[in-house]
Design a protein around this ligand. Sequence first.
Ligand code: ATP
Length: 235
Amino acid sequence: MTALIEAIGLAAGYGSLAVVRDLDLHVEPGEVVALLGPNGAGKTTTLLTLCGELPILGGEVRVGGQVTKAPLHRRARAGLGLVTEERSVFMSLNVDENLRVSGSDPALALELFPELETFRKTRVGLLSGGQQQMLALARALGRRPSLLLADELSLGLAPLVVTRLLRAVRDAADGGVGVLLVEQHIAKALEFADRAYVMSRGRIALSGTAQDLRGRLDDITQSYLSGAPLAQAGV
Ligand code: ATP
């Protein structure tokens, strides 16, 4: 099967400074792939390079088998959905307006997150962090992407909300979407993912099926999240 997105020997970073090196990864349709690692490992840099927001410093990115350097807006039109760390919503607009400007199908978005129905006319700045993040995900999934890249969906949210968001991501993948999920909540991410890559200092240190990695959680935490207390590592 042709991967939805693939990085081959990718180097990425800021200016001419590569903070990510020799990175190989791929995401197939219908799978949730978690990208894990401690703060500063290079997860966000990788994601932003894969989506066309940061330039490629070495190696290549292929989308649907074709080498690409297209910017984000072109990839978005071609089926890429992106949810970034800064909740991807307009705080001064209401829920309906947010869905409209993103080009989402409101019926689909509200079907995915019926919790938002009551708040359709509410200014998003007044919603809770969890509701805002549901909207960010609803906006992305409501555009029926083939590939979703999501950065720290769970940042600062209560465990129940995190589960709700990851369940929606899992359902999207079960419907055929390929998902690359950057997560600090390692155990939680491995509960919903099919495969995972663990990054350390700008490189992939470990990869495997979620099932295998779940069985090695202690080892992974000690070896690759060095210095990070368990709570901070999200375990
Ligand atoms: P976090 O979970 O903290 O977001 P991360 O794994 O996503 O961590 P990145 O944000 O990709 O890590 O950062 C990787 C490295 O790149 C870090 O050393 C960071 O200091 C550096 N970095 C991040 N953003 C910039 C920037 N705009 N300019 C220069 N260096 C940056």
